[in-house]
Design a binder for this molecule. Structure first.
Ligand code: 13P
Length: 247
């Protein structure tokens, strides 16, 4: 089980540090792995504030090249150097607003693994795709391309996480039903079994994301193929994130 907050473009570095200090006692007893995904400029301060605690830190993106002339980008080694352990890759907002594709997602997964960062790879269909009945095809395509060239050993040793986030459920308050969410997480699990093995597939944490709240987290996380959540809005409130991380 792994519960991760994705703060998106919220909280200044000083707000971020104050906020995680508030989270530390609230999450100290969490039974799942807990991660906060914070803006680049807040990473160093948050890593520092969380030293010695059970809360891990994720970046929300990285560049796929190791270094070079890529103005404004951030490399995997830079994240590792300041103590970041996870990185969110291919969030639908990055695909939608910043031109990320299945291919760049795959490149970023390779780069993250090479730097020993744990990828949280996001996949999810749009409302239109769901209504057209192609959700399984979309999810299979996104997942398969994201993992191209990743061996079974790399997959399991890295503890790579896949987050299923239906775009129509993100920030809309329109959560997928437990059954809808589990159905797609199950499709991902079956694909992993097909690409690798049943054993490897069973070891991968598959999260659900999209309007997860303190009220619905427990039921979602109790579904057989859902191993936690990727939480946006509700991860910005300490009391809500506490309930979700303990769900
Ligand atoms: P919300 O929880 O705000 O719907 O956002 C989900 C999300 O995009 C997490 O990555």
């Amino acid at each position: 089980m792994i519960v991760a907050g994705n703060w998106k473009m919220n909280k200044t570095p000083s707000e971020a540090v104050a906020f995680v200090k508030e989270l530390i006692p609230r999450l100290a007893g969490a039974k799942s792995d807990v991660v906060v995904g914070v803006p680049f400029v807040a990473l160093a301060g948050v890593v520092d504030a969380l030293k010695g605690t059970n809360i891990k830190v994720a970046a929300q993106n990285l560049h796929f090249e190791a270094k070079g002339a890529y103005t404004g980008e951030v490399a995997a080694d830079m994240l590792r150097d300041i103590g970041v352990e996870y990185v969110i890759i291919g969030h639908s907002e990055r695909r939608q607003y910043f031109g990320e594709t299945d291919v760049t997602v795959n490149k970023k997964v390779h780069t993250a693994l090479a730097a020993k960062l744990i990828p949280i790879v996001c996949v999810g269909e749009s409302l239109e795709e769901r209504e057209q009945g192609v959700t399984p095809e979309v999810i299979r395509r996104q997942t398969k391309i994201a993992l191209l060239g990743i061996t079974q050993d790399a997959l399991t040793a890295s503890k790579l996480v896949i987050a299923y986030e239906p775009i129509w459920a993100i920030g809309t308050g329109k959560t997928a039903t437990n059954e809808q969410a589990n159905e797609v997480c199950h499709i991902i699990r079956e694909l992993l079994a097909e690409l690798y093995s049943k054993e490897a597939a069973a070891k991968v944490n598959i999260q659900y994301g999209g309007s997860v709240t303190a009220a619905n987290a427990k039921e979602l996380f109790a579904m057989p193929d859902i191993n936690g959540g990727l939480v946006g809005g509700a991860s910005l409130k300490a009391a809500d994130f506490e309930v979700i991380a303990n769900a």
